[in-house]
Design a protein around this ligand. Structure first.
Ligand code: CUA
Length: 266
């Protein structure tokens, strides 16, 4: 059988194309490390999200080294948390689920783009090398507020990233002569020990205590305040620890009869 030269050329060209197509698809599937969302993340009862150990408290968790986990709940029409902050040079695993209908979790300008289905947990790991700001969008139609469903992801320079938190619990009013305490809770979250000094300044009193907060934990410092020494009136206080500061005011009321009528002992 005689095949025309041009026919042979076209046959060869078609073969090259077919092999080329198969090669690009194979490369796309395994080469750049792209993997499909599967059921690795597990399933969840969408009606009991608030009690779930992962999604009851959403946000960023440091899991060691440069690895972080971010737990996100999508709902009509917002994300919780609405703003996420992670450090640069980190490896971040997102766990996302939905409280109501199908949404998506798409970080604009990255290859993070997953459907979020009630009852399912979408899990994906991404490396962030450079600081940057990214928008998070829902691109799965989910109702009339769909176009407003957005969030924010900030990748901040490593030295600006900090998970330390200071919480102060203080009464606003106390009767003179009664002992009162102001509690300062410092939490670390970075899985390395944090040493700091917690201080309370109130009136001209100053209290100080060194604390070491271990790993993922938190420590509460109780400052017992001498109200007799403070005397009646409003006293501003300042609590500082680990570079953070909280302020408030403590009112010391006259021993008998509350804060009004304070001049009656004249
Ligand atoms: Cu959520 Cu569209």
């Amino acid at each position: 059988m005689n095949i025309h030269t041009y026919e042979k050329l076209w046959l060869a060209a078609a073969m090259v194309l077919i092999v080329g197509f198969i090669a690009t698809i194979t490369y796309g599937a395994v080469g750049p490390g792209v993997s499909m969302i599967d059921d690795d993340g597990g399933s969840i009862d969408p009606d009991a999200i608030s009690d779930h150990e992962r999604f009851g408290d959403t946000g960023v968790t440091h899991v060691g080294g440069n690895e972080y986990e971010v737990d996100v709940v999508a709902q009509a029409w917002s994300y919780s948390p609405g703003e996420i902050e992670v450090p640069a040079n980190s490896e971040v695993t997102f766990y996302v689920t939905s409280r109501d209908v199908t949404h998506s979790f798409s970080v604009v300008g990255t290859n993070i783009n997953t459907m979020v289905i009630p009852g399912e947990v979408s899990q994906m790991t991404v490396e962030f090398d450079e600081p940057g700001e990214y928008g998070i969008l829902c691109n799965e139609y989910c109702g009339q507020g769909h176009h407003n469903m957005e969030g924010k992801l900030n990748v901040v320079p490593e030295d600006e990233f900090n998970m330390t938190e200071l919480d102060v619990e203080a009464p606003s009013e106390v009767e003179a002569g009664n002992e009162t305490t102001i509690n300062a809770t410092v939490s670390d979250g970075m899985q390395t020990d944090l040493e700091t000094t917690a201080t309370l300044e109130i009136g001209d009193q100053r209290y100080e205590e060194d604390v070491t907060i271990s790993g993922d934990g938190s420590e509460t410092v109780e400052f017992a305040v001498d109200t007799d020494e403070l005397g009646a009136g409003d006293h501003d206080w300042t609590v500082t620890a680990a570079g953070y500061e909280e302020r408030g005011t403590l009112t010391v009321a006259d021993g008998n009869g509350g804060s009004d009528g304070g001049d009656s002992d004249a």
